[in-house]
Design a protein around this ligand. Structure first.
Ligand code: AKB
Length: 318
């Protein structure tokens, strides 16, 4: 039986696009999608319903499909985690332990686990945030990601587990909706611009955050996983930079397409989360170690988002 790849959290924002790309590279049958909920769109290939907190269920899926590589994407993001701190800790940490222990026991060979800019906190330098710096996250999500990074590095050093990780910025894509993050506004703004020409933003106009267009994020994810092991020198998680912008800058870019577009601001609890995060990221280690560079800027991302969302609207898919 050939070796396969398992994507846990395949129905989410990253999972939806990652499964599609991995299947193009490795073949539909060799990439197993799994999630606690069924996929929205019909994905071509095997799907397993999985509650990642059930480690017996995880092991039986791994054995059934001869899984050797796991992408663990299931997590509660920053905004949702604040509403349910205990469950967020349980889900974000135990899912990671389940997968790390499978690698420690030699059942799987390689793990991808996403970290986030949320590992940084209010005391972190905000501009060009270095790879190694003060990290005092003030959100439950950030605390879980920082702890996760420490565990990844520990399992690598102590048990030689091949785990690889990226600190994702806010991710923007048209193929699926994000759920429960602070950076979600940057996806929603496009949907509302196309449908109603108006958007009420829950962050203030000057909240600059590190963001990335999804094709860049998927490229980085596959690139770090395909790199020879000796090139992955950082086993906690790599800083990764794409585009930094604030709500005013993205709305100005959208106005170039829809001159009647209007944005209003009404801050909620997510403002405080955004204020605790960096504004831009230094990703020179990723550039040097595994040759990372991003392709999209604010203008090219906006053009592509609008073109694709308009298509989807015509087909009644959004
Ligand atoms: C969130 O906003 O919680 C996520 C993240 C930055 O990790 N998009």
């Amino acid at each position: 039986m050939s070796e396969t790849i398992l994507v846990i959290g395949s129905s989410g924002q990253i999972g939806t696009e990652l499964v599609e790309e991995l299947r193009k590279i490795y073949g539909n049958q060799n990439v197993i999608a799994s999630d606690i909920k069924e996929p929205n769109n019909s994905q071509e290939g095997p799907f397993e319903t999985l509650n990642i907190l059930d480690k017996d269920q995880l092991l039986s899926i791994i054995n059934k499909h001869n899984v050797k590589e796991v992408y663990l994407l299931a997590a509660l993001l920053s905004a949702t985690a604040e509403k349910n701190p205990e469950f967020a800790w349980e889900l974000n940490m135990n899912s990671l332990f389940h997968v790390l222990n499978l690698a420690k026991d030699g059942i799987i060979n390689k793990i991808f686990w996403p970290s986030s800019i949320a590992v940084f906190g209010p005391t972190t330098p905000k501009q060009n945030t270095p790879q190694s710096t003060i990290m005092e996250p003030s959100t439950v999500y950030g605390i879980s990601k920082q702890a996760g990074e420490r565990w990844c590095e520990y399992y690598h050093k102590k048990y030689n587990v091949d785990v690889r990780s990226i600190r994702y910025p806010g991710l923007i894509g048209y193929k699926s909706l994000p759920g429960g993050g602070t950076t979600d506004y940057a996806v929603d703004i496009f949907h509302q611009a196309i449908k109603t020409r108006q958007y009420k933003c829950f962050l203030n106009e000057s909240s600059t955050l590190p963001m990335m267009y999804m094709p860049d994020a998927i490229k980085a994810t596959i690139q770090i996983m395909q790199a020879p092991s000796e090139q992955i020198k950082i086993r906690s998680s790599y800083n990764l930079a794409g585009i930094s912008f604030n709500p005013k800058e993205i709305s100005d870019e959208i106005k170039k397409h829809f001159s009647d577009f209007e944005i209003f601001y009404e801050e909620d609890f997510r403002q405080q989360i955004a204020d605790s995060w960096p504004q831009s990221i230094d990703d020179s280690h990723a550039q040097i170690d595994w040759n990372w560079h991003s392709n999209y800027n604010l203008e090219t991302m906006t053009n592509d988002m609008i073109k694709n969302l308009e298509q989807l609207l015509k087909q009644n898919k959004i």
